[in-house]
Design a protein around this ligand. Structure first.
Ligand code: MF3
Ligand code: CO
Ligand code: CO
Length: 290
């Protein structure tokens, strides 16, 4: 663990690290696991869990690759839903979105000004659209959550910019994921970068623990302050999924009670991966190039 001797002990005792857990990591790991569960409701993942989430992650990535190969002008978002649903089921997995809190489809498809939770339907993809596809297969009871925003056809410079900024935001957030860092470091890295590009960060939706369930503690805001929040420790598995708007950060929810759109109608983009905090950094369980 990269915790300074005089830093507060990550176990939450309030003592300095050197007066508390320093040098007792082995025995202490089990204590930490109990502390993180009791204090934060966080269930650390063990090797067998991680391997299982990774297997679900392979399906998530293969699904996104399949959509990328098929997406085209004139296609409806419902056709993407069918593609995702059939592929997921063919792999022996279950699409987590279907019937999740009443969500009616197997994937979220969010076009242009739609921030997230777009319900697949009759909307047809047009030349220059940016389309986020967010998939969460459940395999053997384990969840992996990932998304990408695809650029279809000839996109405007603005569209290409917001997609690039959202992608770089995820990359910078992930780079903060290492033991001893805080959850706030992730949000700080994303917010400071995205705002320096003149873009804004959505606050109403956040990253989340994942693996045993679709959404577990902790929450991972994509905004925040360096050094604040829970200390990251090995075995934590969570998503980072910044939603970045070209205009202002505010949103509204449509009458379907799901679709989140930018209040000002500006473009929004998002990338998401499920990551594991390791001894010396992180490993993506839904890896793709950023
Ligand atoms: N996949 C989304 C996330 O990243 C959650 C979608 S919930 C649904 O957390 F019901 F809309 F599918
Ligand atoms: Co997620
Ligand atoms: Co997702």
């Amino acid at each position: 663990m990269k915790v300074g001797r005089n830093d507060p002990c990550p176990c939450g005792s309030g003592l300095k690290y050197k007066k508390c857990c320093l040098g007792k990591e082995k025995k202490n790991y089990e204590d930490m696991e109990a502390v993180y569960l009791k204090k934060y409701g966080i269930r650390l993942k063990h090797r067998k869990d991680i391997e299982a989430i990774k297997r679900a992650g392979v399906i998530a990535i293969e699904t996104l690759d399949l959509v990328e190969s098929k997406i085209e002008i004139g296609m409806s978002t419902d056709e993407i839903n069918r593609l995702v649903h059939e592929f997921t089921v063919s792999k022996g997995a279950v699409p987590a979105p279907l019937n999740y809190r009443g969500f009616p489809k197997s994937v979220c498809v969010s076009v242009n000004e739609v921030i997230c939770h777009g319900i697949p339907g009759d909307r047809v993809i047009r030349d220059g659209d940016i389309v986020n596809v967010d998939v969460t297969p459940i395999l053997d009871g384990y969840y992996a959550d990932a998304s990408k925003t695809f650029i279809v056809g000839n996109a405007s410079e603005e569209a290409r910019k917001i997609v690039a900024v959202a992608k770089e935001s995820l990359k910078r957030g992930m780079a903060q994921a290492k033991p001893g860092n805080r959850i706030g470091d992730i949000g700080w890295a994303i917010q400071s970068y995205a705002e320096s590009e003149g873009c804004s960060v959505v606050r109403e939706f956040v990253g989340h623990g994942v693996g045993f369930k679709f959404h577990e503690p902790p929450q991972i805001p994509h905004y925040g302050r360096k050094g604040e929040g829970i200390t990251l420790i090995p075995g934590m598995v969570f998503t980072i999924e910044p939603m970045i708007n070209l205009g202002k950060r505010h949103l509204k929810i449509l009458d379907d009670n799901w679709t989140a759109v930018t209040a000002d109608g500006s473009l929004s983009a998002q990338f998401e991966q499920t990551i594991l905090v390791t001894e010396d950094g992180y490993e993506s369980l839904t890896p793709y190039e950023l």
